[in-house]
Design a protein around this ligand. Structure first.
Ligand SMILES: Nc1ncnc2c1ncn2[C@@H]1O[C@H](COP(=O)(O)OP(=O)(O)OP(=O)(O)O)[C@@H](O)[C@H]1O
Ligand SMILES: Cc1ncc(C[n+]2csc(CCOP(=O)(O)O)c2C)c(N)n1
Ligand SMILES: [Mg+2]
Length: 340
């Protein structure tokens, strides 16, 4: 980008890059100089592409929130304390320029960054002939071991924070509104607003992630591709299987209302929908009380949804799904999410 790039960076620097904890040198030099103060560093990156991860007409405020939230959610799943971010922007040319866009974008970024005391320490800005693309690197700190996806053990309880499926239902609504292929959803304006807020502004469960790791939980992952697909990552990495009780999956009141009359939806949205950004945790029963307490202290819903089984127990399926204690078939996992 020509001159506009430097004006844009100056804005980001003055509004988002002000001195933060451990920032020796932030936006403005060839690289950021950061001080983890003797702690261990956890690093993650997620990229959002217009048309694939968000609709091009998204409000910049919401886009910024989501780009940051999905990365903080990865730190939460490791049990890390979020500290710094780098922001990569690939911007297609726009008749209206990026002045007003950036103003709104920075508002959304700041709202979430301030909540977790995360500083923008650097990034990169380029022009592109392709779609608007944002790539965020998030850096966090831990003092002890992280939670890993290969650490589930037979006998562990499987826990889920918050509720599942709202964002997927909202995506169906948004697709229908745009005349695109989606599943028909009939709901009130109030229900729609609640679901849409979950799709647009996910809440990274950083406090619970840190607390769970402190309680001794060794296995977690954040749920972005859909509960079944993400649980599948844990099962594969850990070499185990699982039993999941479909009737135990936590639903928001709005989704429970919509799914009441339709068990197919009840299965699809929370199990395969994606974009939830809740944590899936696996922990031995001896940690259940401490985990429940950690969630209650933060006003966060935490639900036991199943159990980890050993690889050689019973049937060959990785996940045994039950509904009212009867085994039910697994829905097809949403294949196109990762089609390259
Ligand atoms: N291009 C890449 N180069 C190096 N490592 C990569 C690359 N893409 C992914 N990875 C690594 O692969 C692992 C899995 O990444 P993946 O993006 O599937 O998980 P995730 O970020 O938890 O999920 P999601 O992106 O759906 O939120 C991570 O360790 C990630 O750092
Ligand atoms: C416009 C639009 N279409 C589809 C979706 C749904 N979606 C896209 S990627 C993804 C999983 C995480 O992605 P990744 O694994 O690539 O990080 C999900 C649930 C959306 N949010 N917006
Ligand atoms: Mg990723």
């Amino acid at each position: 980008m020509a001159g506009g790039e430097f004006a844009l960076i100056a804005q980001l620097r003055s509004r988002l890059g002000t001195a933060g904890k451990g920032v020796r040198l932030g936006i403005g030099d060839d690289a950021a100089w950061l001080d983890p103060a003797g702690r261990q560093l956890v690093a993650t990156m997620d990229t959002l592409v217009a048309g694939r991860h968000f609709f091009s007409d998204v409000r910049p405020y919401d886009l910024a929130w989501k780009a940051l939230a999905v990365n903080l959610s990865d730190l939460a799943a490791m049990g890390a304390e979020a500290r710094w971010c780098l922001l990569g922007l690939a911007l297609p040319s726009r008749a209206a320029g990026y002045g007003a866009w950036l103003e709104d974008f920075m508002g959304g970024w700041r709202a979430l960054a301030e909540r977790h005391d995360v500083t923008l320490a650097g990034g990169d800005t380029v022009a592109t002939d392709g779609p608007l693309t944002l790539s965020v690197t998030a850096l966090g700190l831990v003092d002890r071991s992280v939670m890993r996806r290969d650490a589930a053990r037979p006998g562990d309880r499987i826990w889920v924070t918050g509720s599942l499926g709202d964002a997927a239902a909202a995506l169906d609504l948004a697709l229908m509104e745009r005349g695109r292929e989606g599943h028909r959803v009939l709901c009130s304006a109030i229900q729609r607003e609640a679901l849409e807020a979950r799709r647009l502004r996910p809440t990274p469960r950083l406090e619970l992630g840190e607390a769970a790791a402190s309680c001794g939980v060794r296995c977690a992952l954040d749920c972005s591709d859909g509960f079944l697909a993400d649980l599948g990552h844990i099962l594969e990495a850990s070499g185990v299987r699982a039993h999941v009780a479909l009737d135990a999956l936590p639903l928001s009141p709005e989704l429970a209302d919509l799914a009441r009359t339709d068990s197919e939806r009840l299965r699809r949205w929370p199990l395969t929908g994606g974009d939830d950004y809740e944590l899936i945790l696996c922990a031995p029963p001896s940690l259940s009380a401490a985990l429940r307490q950690a969630a209650a202290a933060r006003g966060l819903r935490l639900t036991a949804v199943g159990r980890i089984l050993s690889a050689d127990s019973g049937s060959s399926a990785a996940v045994i799904l039950t509904w009212r204690d009867q085994v039910v078939p697994l829905p097809a996992v949403w294949g196109h999410v990762h089609a390259l």
